[in-house]
Design a protein around this ligand. Structure first.
Ligand code: NAD
Ligand code: TDX
Length: 351
């Protein structure tokens, strides 16, 4: 029988990549998603007609709705991705981050525990609650070093503090109640279906139309970029083969300064979609007021995941970025409604 997986946040950027990957690998999937501004059924269009996929609109803070989804679908695994994810929005309005990321994860844990206690035999033995988190819980690195699974938590933004709190709850439900959890903390994802408030899609779409490219501060902050489809493969491995109670770091082995990411996008677009009226897109770069509390550098040591489960990223940053730019050029129908909904105002100035 096909494995049955309940995915929270499956209409989001990473969640939809996970759902598409799970369906392609033969699983039965229930996507449970509130469809906030970041959730989008169009990202699930490739699986919408697949009989192994179903969708429920629901809030992870609503215990009754979560209970009904678990009892109705009876999953073998839960992959929990639903969250508020944008750091700048957490600076302007931390309340929904506390609500969804902390209270929502608590609600998921309580309902998963109740559901798991009702299972027996092989299904109880194999059940996993996989919590998907971020490297931002570790705070910031200086010029040297990498985040490991045992790096102390030092979150700096309301977003990362809320994710850190949720990680601690997950750990506690394992140690106190024995819920078989696995956890993962990953670096910055990029790729198709990325909401255009985030750096890479924002810069691709602004550069395409000749609009200014906002670079926070001096552009020297470093992120470790992970292609979203590589991440989806890692997540399935961790959910199915990870050891209960353990956490796994996932990274792309692709550290880049923001300014270099923005320049790389300009070069690709100038190459494949030159526009004489716009000229060289690098001229569109604007250095703007920095993000408050802006973490300087993230970089991941994923050797545990590599050694234990044999995973490494397939995509280099150069190949993944080109694929991503090409995807946005070919899929205006996906992003045009989002650009209309999100006015591209500067977020997260704490003013
Ligand atoms: P996203 O913002 O694109 O999607 C989040 C999804 O969760 C949306 O579909 C939204 O509708 C849904 N959602 C939000 N609140 C909900 C609620 N209360 N109940 C049910 N559904 C709700 O986020 P993403 O970038 O796909 O991130 C997915 C997960 O991965 C998050 O937990 C995030 O913290 C984590 N993560 C993301 C990145 C990244 O680079 N994007 C990196 C590390 C970790
Ligand atoms: O317009 C911009 N200009 C700019 O310079 C934006 C939107 C961002 N930036 C900078 C800030 C960061 O240093 O680019 C970098 C990337 O910014 P975001 O795309 O907002 O991502 P980040 O803040 O690094 O967080 C992302 O990765 C970790 C996800 O949004 C989180 O959900 C994830 O946990």
């Amino acid at each position: 029988m096909a494995q049955r997986i309940l995915v929270t946040g499956g209409a989001g950027f990473i969640g939809s990549a996970v759902v598409r990957h799970l369906i392609a690998s033969g699983r039965e999937v229930l996507t449970f998603d509130k469809l906030t501004y970041a959730g989008n059924l169009a990202s699930l269009a490739p699986v919408a007609d697949n009989p192994r996929h179903s969708f429920v609109r629901g809030d992870i803070c609503d215990a009754a709705a979560v209970r009904a989804a678990l009892d109705g679908f009876r999953p073998d695994l839960v992959m929990h991705l639903a969250a508020e994810s944008h750091v700048d929005r957490s600076i302007d309005g931390p309340g929904t981050f506390v609500e969804t990321n902390i209270v929502g994860t608590y609600t998921m844990l309580q309902e998963a525990l109740r559901y798991w206690r009702g299972l027996s035999g092989a299904q109880a033995e194999a059940f996993r609650f996989h919590h998907i988190s971020t490297d931002e819980v570790f705070g910031t690195l200086g010029a040297e070093g990498l985040f490991r699974e045992d790096t102390p938590y030092q979150p700096n933004s309301p977003y990362s503090a809320s994710k850190a709190a949720s990680d601690h709850l997950v750990r506690a439900w394992f140690h106190t109640y024995g819920l078989p959890v696995v956890m993962s903390n990953c670096s910055n994802n990029y790729g198709p279906y990325h909401f255009p408030e985030k750096l890479i899609p924002l810069v691709i779409l602004n550069a395409l139309e000749g609009a200014p490219l906002p670079v926070y501060g001096t552009g020297e902050n470093v992120r470790d970029w992970l292609f979203v489809e590589d991440h989806a493969e890692a997540l399935l491995l961790i959910a199915t083969k990870g050891r209960p109670g353990e956490s796994y770091n996932v990274g792309g082995d692709s550290e880049r300064r923001n300014i270099d990411v923005v320049r790389a996008i300009c070069t690709i677009l100038d190459d494949i979609r030159p526009d004489a009226a716009i000229g060289p897109r690098e001229n569109l770069i604007r250095f703007v007021t920095d993000r408050p509390g802006h973490d300087a550098r993230y970089a991941i040591d994923f050797s545990k995941l590599h050694t234990e489960l044999g995973w490494s990223p397939r995509e280099t940053f150069e190949s993944g970025l080109r694929r991503t730019v090409e995807w946005y050029l070919a899929n205006a129908g996906w992003w045009e409604p989002l650009r209309a909904r999100y006015a591209r105002e500067r977020l997260g100035l704490a003013s």
